[in-house]
Design a protein around this ligand. Structure first.
Ligand code: SIN
Length: 493
């Protein structure tokens, strides 16, 4: 924490320097503080700027503002709320170059990927701007003469959202857009590592006409803010994306006031390549899943299970693709792989690779961190990885593809399911019978068949087992922010 550190100048690449906000956003106003946190560029460790390190008192002010705003926001028609969301979407698209630049600056992903994330983030706002008009209830025939029953959907109230650093835009809009669409208001705590994308999004939301208090952002270290967000009885819904241990701890705190809870937690995705797979498709699928965001994605393939007959050809082709990666600062020219978020992330990845090597795995390419001020780890392919190694049991969250050789379909499914996580799974086959069999057998909320990508605004995102509760995106995403209410009426027929 840096007390009194001066506010930095906006990055020179911004066409709109006013998008760079070094203040929290509460009740429609920008809030500064003496206590500040420095935000660093993971590509070179330089300080980009500062945000206020707010605590419980400011978080309570944000909750109060959200509660006040809820009284009028909920009364607007879905069409009126949708129109504001639509303007927000248009502004994000119009400013997408600036937003992508900010995102790369604070998070590190290559600029092309950051542009993709801004489009992806905006797509949730567009989708829920449309859905706002379609929060349909149901009529149910009565159980006795004269009985009329109607189920209506009402917004739950004030929503608290806590979002991670790996997708500083999309993990926000995937929660905030459905919440606002159905009539809720929001207090958001973005990751302290990547707050500037969040603050720029809030700036554009206000410009789009979102009323004061409907969307508040509290910046700072997690514990005091998280305490209020999980215990204040005025918050009716808590939604979190992050690690499984932290999600469990926060969800437990929410139970004292019986909040609705949605959790998008860690994964340990298997990606299975069967002998009958299209080799090129399997390699491209593995690249797009494993190396997206330099491997820092909850749905990244974490275990690559490759059948014996295709194993060596797959390993060779994957290694050749990885050898062509350009690694570097995404703002300094075209790159395929950026830095990891910080030194702790590099140390974890290094630990997984060392553990695997110690257990007999062989490095085909990469295998070590790169020299310099930034947090870079060389894109890596390992073979002879086993299910007992650390990289098979924990999320590596880095650019490391560890290949596990298997013989039979049963063996592959059994290894794939031998984890407490159940977010995503992928497999590659040309056998339609196997596609159904394995698709149904894998214990995951999302299964990619002959693809390494399953995410879009049209599809439900979420996990089973210890990977989470609830779904985001698609029409299911709105259900997480409404209560069902039964209106049961006795009339004289
Ligand atoms: C995540 O895995 O952290 C989110 C990725 C996505 O939405 O595709």
């Amino acid at each position: 924490m840096l007390a009194g550190q001066t506010i930095a100048d906006p990055p020179s690449f911004l066409a709109r320097p006013d998008l760079f906000r070094q203040a929290a956003f509460i009740d429609g106003a920008w809030v500064e503080a003496e206590a500040r946190l420095a935000v660093r560029n993971p590509a070179n460790n330089a300080v980009i700027g500062v945000t206020p390190n707010l605590g419980a008192a400011e978080t309570i002010l944000a909750v109060e503002a959200a509660e006040r705003a809820f009284q009028s926001w909920r009364k607007l028609t879905g069409k009126a709320r949708g129109a504001i969301l639509r303007r927000w979407f248009d502004l994000i698209i119009a400013n997408s170059d600036d937003l992508a630049g900010l995102l790369t600056l604070e998070q590190g992903k290559p600029l092309a990927e950051a542009r993709g994330e801004i489009q992806y983030a905006a797509s949730f706002i567009e989708w829920f701007a449309e859905e706002a008009k379609r929060i349909y209830g149901e009529t149910i025939p009565g159980h006795e003469p004269g009985r009329r029953q109607m189920v209506i959907k009402q917004p739950v109230g004030v929503v608290a959202a806590v979002t991670p650093w790996n997708f500083p835009a999309a993990m926000i809009t995937r929660k905030v857009a459905p919440a606002l669409a159905v009539g809720c208001t929001v207090v958001l705590k973005p990751s302290e590592l990547t707050p500037f994308t969040a603050l720029a999004l809030a700036f554009l939301a206000r410009e789009a006409g979102l009323p004061a208090g409907a969307f508040n952002i509290v910046t700072g270290e997690a514990p005091p803010i998280g305490d209020v967000l999980t215990t204040d009885p005025r918050i009716k819904k808590f939604t979190f994306t992050g690690s499984t241990p932290v999600g469990k701890m926060l969800a437990a705190k929410c139970m004292a006031t019986v909040k609705r809870v949605s959790l998008e937690l860690g994964g340990n995705a298997p990606l299975i390549v069967f002998d009958d797979a299209d080799l090129d498709k399997a390699v491209e699928g593995a690249i797009s899943s494993k190396f997206r965001n330099t491997g820092q994605t909850c749905v990244c393939a974490n275990r690559l299970l490759v059948q014996a007959g295709i194993h060596d050809a797959f390993a060779a082709k994957l290694t050749a693709r990885v050898a062509g990666f350009v690694v570097g600062d995404g703002l300094q020219g075209p790159t395929d792989q950026g830095p990891l978020i910080n030194e702790a992330a590099v140390a974890k990845v290094r630990g997984h690779v060392e553990d695997a090597k110690h257990g007999g795995a062989r490095v085909l390419i990469g295998g070590e961190s790169l020299e310099g001020a930034g947090h870079f780890f060389a894109p890596t392919v390992l073979v002879d990885v086993t299910p007992r190694m650390r990289m098979s049991r924990e999320e590596t969250f880095g650019p490391v593809a560890g290949l596990i050789r298997f013989e039979t379909e049963e063996e592959a499914v059994s290894i794939a399911n031998a984890t407490s996580a159940g977010l995503a799974a992928y497999f590659f086959t040309r056998d339609v019978n196997r596609a159904w069999r394995v698709g149904e057998a894998l214990e995951a909320g999302m299964v990619g068949i002959n693809t390494g990508q399953v995410s879009s605004e049209t599809a439900p995102f979420g996990g089973v087992k210890e990977s989470g509760l609830g779904r985001e995106g698609a029409h299911y995403g709105a259900d997480e922010f409404v209560e069902l209410k039964l209106l049961s009426s006795d009339i004289n027929d």
